[in-house]
Design a protein around this ligand. Structure first.
Ligand SMILES: Nc1ncnc2c1ncn2[C@@H]1O[C@H](COP(=O)(O)OP(=O)(O)OP(=O)(O)O)[C@@H](O)[C@H]1O
Ligand SMILES: [Mg+2]
Length: 570
């Protein structure tokens, strides 16, 4: 039998009130107990199967707190009702609260609570060793997130393996989501993980890993038509299910264009020589070298050096114009399927007008190294371009993960998507959505884990998040947002969701498989590495500017005075 003294601490915070259930206990105390306070309740109960008495230690967290005053109706009422609930405050104030009981420790085992603690039982501030037993898994394959709120001696660790069932981080702006991303990314990488961050605002560009053995790679992400498999690229350009002819023609045209561009790069590089070669028409010799027959089915075709190519100044621009030119020449020369070819051509033109392309961006796959964080900066792209880029990243990652598994060398990857509501909008169609959803559905089998981050949970389409099993809920004030996340996670009860409004910066309710069966109120560790996008300390910046202004004014005045002195002298 467990010694129930382990369930007690030095601090008694109240008593069980009138109502007590296995998973919810009313508490009466003199002073309000802060939300998120962990409590323990030692009590004995009979085991009905054996008839033996057993010691229990119920552990819970304060999820509702209040302060009340008994309103006197009659003098006798005051006397009886106040002593009934054990109130000795002379102003008849008392603090009813509720604790959500999530664990019952019986004989040293953590179990699901099934008996209610009796009314009037003393309630303690939960001793740290009990909480550590419940939360501090600390086993291999877990990483530290932070500590319990107000209990810096109770570490919170999460199981990295559970991340294959994806992660959702949400909270209002400034609540600490990106800091959480930095902490998780850094610590996952430090145990050898491969992490990618789709950085919508360029916030992670300056991220410096805390762990010395973590590599960071930063790229301005662009689509590189040479690196994306033709089938994938074709699907992006012509997504319509029925347009198979258009797609087949486009795929052929793209294959030819890729060959030409690749040849141009190997022959002339991507510098001044290339620009010269294209503008001087040398490129047609290259086409001849490649063999017209092979490229255009026997037609002799030459590329006119038109204004667009001649005016292009960077190698990327030139290659893109060349690429489009080849595609268009190929499609317009396809004599037997004129109509499909023309339709395809206009879609291709539209696509390359929208999407930001670079022929020098490496394939995503080249960044997938162990113990590394790759920041894919897309902050300078328009929303639609970000959308296309994300689709291509998701498709490439999924296809890579599948291949690696098929080769018996699985390579797990954790990918963060910031501002996920932009891509998983519940009200707007987006290009990337179906690809993100596919990763959410299938990624688990291949070790491709998704971490979606958003400050607007109510605007997120529920299809993807319904696949998510791990959560970091930070401060959320709006009821619609609280409601939205309650629909997503069935572990989140209404009282806990409501308590999200009072969380501070960096504080979170962490739920899901990665933390175990119990909700944890966590103070997330602060990431020390520099990151842009942190809230500016506006007041001190202004104050520094003002000091500088005062100084300039003073200097100006001093030099003016000096000037006057000198002019008086002469
Ligand atoms: N766990 C923490 N401990 C201490 N300070 C924190 C913590 N988390 C965040 N902060 C501070 O709060 C500010 C905002 O954090 P962060 O940028 O992570 O918020 P956010 O939720 O990503 O905001 P946004 O929605 O605007 O992107 C930063 O200045 C950061 O340093
Ligand atoms: Mg952020």
């Amino acid at each position: 039998m467990m010694d129930n003294s382990l369930c007690r601490s030095d601090i008694i915070i109240g008593r069980v009130g009138e109502e007590s259930y296995p998973n919810m206990v009313q508490i009466i105390s003199k002073l309000p107990i802060p939300l998120g306070t962990y409590v323990s309740i030692p009590f004995d109960a009979y085991d009905i199967s054996t008839g033996d008495k057993k010691s229990h230690c119920a552990v819970g967290v304060i999820s509702v707190t209040s302060y009340r005053k008994i309103v006197p109706v009659t003098p006798t009422f005051i006397a009886s009702s106040s002593t009934n609930i054990g109130i000795d405050d002379e102003n008849l104030r008392y603090a009813p609260s509720r604790a959500r009981i999530f664990a019952d420790i019986i004989n040293g085992n953590v179990e699901t609570p099934s008996v209610p603690p009796p009314p009037d039982t003393e309630i303690y501030l939960a001793p740290s060793h009990i909480l550590s037993k419940i939360f501090g898994s600390g086993k291999t394959g877990s990483i530290r997130l932070g500590h319990l709120i107000g209990r810096s001696d109770v570490e919170i660790n999460v199981d990295v393996n559970a991340l294959s069932k994806h992660l959702f981080i949400t909270g209002t702006t400034g609540s600490g989501k990106s800091n959480t991303v930095a902490i998780i990314a850094d610590r996952v990488a430090s145990i050898g993980g491969t992490v990618l961050i789709f950085d919508v605002h360029g916030e992670y560009w300056n991220l410096v890993p805390q762990s010395p053995d973590v590599d960071i790679q930063r790229i301005d992400y662009r689509l590189n038509p040479l690196k994306i498999p033709t089938r994938m690229l074709t699907r992006m350009i012509i997504p319509e299910a029925g347009a198979t002819r258009q797609r087949a023609l486009t795929a052929k045209a793209i294959d030819v264009a890729k060959k030409v561009v690749e040849k141009a790069i190997t022959s002339f590089g991507t510098g001044a020589e290339l620009i010269e070669a294209v503008s001087s028409g040398k490129i047609n010799e290259l086409l001849a070298d490649l063999g017209h027959k092979q490229l255009f089915g026997g037609q002799k075709i030459s590329i006119n050096i038109d204004e667009e190519i001649a005016n292009a100044t960077s190698a990327d621009d030139i290659l893109l114009e060349l690429f489009k030119k080849i595609v268009s020449v190929f499609l317009s020369s396809s004599t037997n399927e004129k109509e499909s070819a023309l339709k395809a051509l206009s879609k291709i033109e539209e696509f390359f007008d929208i999407v930001s392309v670079s022929f020098s961006t490496p394939s995503i796959v080249e960044f997938l190294k162990p113990a590394s964080i790759t920041v894919l900066n897309v902050s300078d792209l328009a929303d639609e371009q970000k959308d296309y880029s994300l689709k291509s990243v998701m498709d490439e990652l999924l296809s890579y993960s599948k291949q690696m598994l098929a080769r018996n060398s699985p390579h797990p990857i954790l990918v963060f998507i910031e501002e996920a509501h932009l891509f998983l909008s519940s009200s707007r169609h987006t290009i990337s959505r179906s690809s993100i959803e596919r990763v959410a559905r299938e990624g688990r089998k291949f070790g491709l884990a998704l971490a979606i981050v958003s400050q607007r949970p109510r605007n997120i389409d529920s299809n993807t998040v319904s696949q998510v099993q791990n959560f970091v809920f930070m401060k959320l004030v709006q009821e619609a947002d609280q409601q939205a996340i309650m629909n997503i996670s069935d572990m989140l009860t209404e009282d806990i969701a409501t308590s999200l409004a009072s969380l501070g910066v960096g504080e979170a309710i962490v739920l899901g498989e990665w933390i175990g069966r119990f909700p944890a109120y966590v103070k997330i560790d602060k990431h020390s590495g520099k990151r842009a996008g942190a809230t500016l300390d506006i007041a001190s910046i202004w104050s520094a500017l003002k000091t500088r202004k005062d100084m300039y004014n003073r200097l100006a005045k001093e030099s003016e005075d000096a000037y006057r002195d000198i002019s008086n002298l002469i």
